[in-house]
Design a protein. Structure first.
Ligand SMILES: Cc1cc2nc3c(=O)[nH]c(=O)nc-3n(C[C@H](O)[C@H](O)[C@H](O)COP(=O)(O)O)c2cc1C
Length: 171
């Protein structure tokens, strides 16, 4: 798909059909995340693929936003391996993991797979539910699947501010 079409076609899908995501498509999505840039190339992202009935039932316990997706990615990062900005507490963990997630969400669109970025969950609860290592912070969950007939973009998808409202050319 042309990059412009990928960006234009992505939307947050809030109703999935029962169709499974093909293994090779999932692989392409994960590979796009692998190639994402991270500060100092630390690659501290940790991606968990949840697609078993048992795993998806656990997802349903931690968020109401699976919307029937057959695959959910848990995107986390290793808190002990982040780039920390000099003279600051700020670190790049959330930024890096967000870039990885964005690569994957656009790759999903490119593969014809629908998605939704979720932050409506408690990260500690997710970590506990899936027994993730203590050094990992959960950033987001990503629903992946094929939209049901009714799984169209919500009206707010089409409401984007004009560039002049968000971009300023400065000297
Ligand atoms: C950081 C972030 C968190 C989001 N969290 C949720 C969520 O928890 N549940 C949900 O249904 N949608 C969630 N969304 C989807 C947004 O509601 C959606 O992206 C926004 O309304 C714009 O619609 P669009 O993605 O179709 O363009 C999230 C999106 C972003 C970027």
């Amino acid at each position: 798909m042309e990059f412009k079409n990928v960006v234009e076609n992505r939307f947050s899908c809030k109703k999935y059909s029962g169709r499974q995501v093909e293994a090779e498509k999932l692989q392409a999505i994960l590979e796009a995340g692998r190639l994402a840039p991270t500060a100092k190339n630390l690659q501290e992202q940790r991606i968990y693929v949840v697609q078993t009935e048992e795993g998806l039932a656990k997802i349903d316990k931690v968020t109401p936003c699976r919307y029937g997706a057959p695959v959910v990615l848990i995107v986390a990062y290793d808190k002990n391996n982040v780039f920390t900005f000099p003279d600051s507490d700020r670190n790049s963990g959330a930024e890096d993991a967000s870039i990885v997630a964005t690569h994957m969400i656009l790759a999903a669109t490119n593969e014809g797979v629908n998605s939704c970025w979720l932050n409506y969950f408690n990260p500690d609860e997710v970590a506990k539910t899936f027994n993730l290592p203590e050094n990992e912070e959960v950033l987001m969950l990503m629903d992946l699947g094929y939209a049901a007939e009714e799984g169209k973009p919500l009206p707010n998808h089409f409401s984007r501010k004009p560039l002049e409202e968000t971009v300023t050319y400065i000297k």
